[in-house]
Design a binder for this molecule. Sequence first.
Ligand code: DGI
Ligand code: FE
Ligand code: FE
Length: 188
Amino acid sequence: MKRDEAIKIVQPALTKERFDHTLRVAETAVELAGMYNVSKEKVELAAILHDYAKYRPLEEMRQFILSSELPNDLLDYHHEVWHGPVASIVVGEQFGISDPEIKGAIRYHTTGKANLGTFEMVIFLADYIEPGRSFPGVEKVREMAPRDLNHACWMVSRNTIQYLLSKNASIYPDSFHAYNYFLQKLNG
Ligand code: DGI
Ligand code: FE
Ligand code: FE
């Protein structure tokens, strides 16, 4: 699947704001790809598709998770953690995308997970630092991004978990696994 084809399909599934975010994630991911030696073309495609399922009706996503190989424990957590896993399967079924890095990057872009690969980390980080984001502390993550991919991803996990704790929100286990994994690599 080519970039322009993906854009044509994704755009009508998203709001204007979400589509603009998607294009900024793609640009940011391509920049990071140059720094960390991953395929720019592939990373751009993953970025364009990463939020494809964001506005699927919740009931549809729930049924989708129940009838797919995705873990049903997703349903015990906030629906924000569903759209990545759902999109990772949809792009396989709908567009025949089978590349494990593209599917993994889409699947884990919200939470991360242990043993996240470089390609997936680029999307995880780009989604957080794209220029439209104004999270508290995002500037420090942007400074770290070109210096140390793992350290920057650890900051993303830490900031997200801190934010969720401050809201008394539930936290999907993969988010903790990502945090611990990046920390072990930092200290390793
Ligand atoms: O889809 P985006 O808005 O571009 O960004 P995203 O997919 O990274 O995150 C969407 C939301 O999900 C964001 O508000 C933070 C939230 N989130 C991230 N990890 C977890 C989470 N929510 C819960 N409940 N649990 C998590 O582990
Ligand atoms: Fe998302
Ligand atoms: Fe996003």
